[in-house]
Design a protein around this ligand. Structure first.
Ligand SMILES: [Zn+2]
Length: 168
């Protein structure tokens, strides 16, 4: 008997994360579909209620000394939570396939480009393939006409900073 025909059971698991908790997007560089279990910004009902509950609990705990003024603990609590949350989003949003980091790109394009190159260099070294020294994606053709024989990270980094005159 085929279990998948019993009552037309779905082939896929019904256990999924709630859609409101995941953030789906495509990597801007390599177009891979990405899905991370965080929203870009905190502030969902669940998070707010968690912080409120913790605040209430701590307020009650400190009631003998602070009475109702203990609720101010909620402010640093939220700040701490938000910092923690943003750090986790920041860490998980970076693409595992191509090494592209959107947050870093917003801050420093050159460094984001170097990060991607470092990522690919690592993969090429792991596979034992010499890294091609031309940069068709980065678009720095003019500086890298050296023949592609020296896969050295230092020289490529120097090239990138020379190209723009800005050293990160
Ligand atoms: Zn990517």
């Amino acid at each position: 008997m085929d279990p998948y025909k019993l009552g037309e059971l779905k082939n896929k698991s019904l256990w999924r994360e709630r859609p409101s908790n995941t953030w789906s997007f495509y990597c801007p560089l390599c177009k891979s579909p990405r899905k991370i279990p965080y929203q870009p910004k905190p502030g969902g009902l669940r998070q707010v209620s968690q912080v409120l509950l913790t605040t209430a609990f701590l307020t009650l705990l400190a009631w003998p000394w602070l009475t109702w003024k203990g609720v101010v603990i909620g402010l640093p609590l939220w700040i701490g939570f938000e910092a923690f949350y943003r750090t986790r989003v920041r860490a998980s949003v970076s693409c595992p396939y191509c090494g592209f980091d959107p947050f870093l790109y917003m801050v420093d394009v050159k460094r984001a480009r170097t990060e991607v190159e470092t990522h690919w260099r690592k993969i090429f070294t792991e596979k034992g393939i010499p890294y091609p020294e031309k940069h068709p994606v980065a678009g720095s053709k003019a500086e890298s006409e050296t023949g592609g024989e020296s896969p050295s990270g230092v020289s490529a980094d120097a090239k990138i900073s020379d190209e723009t005159g800005v050293v990160p």
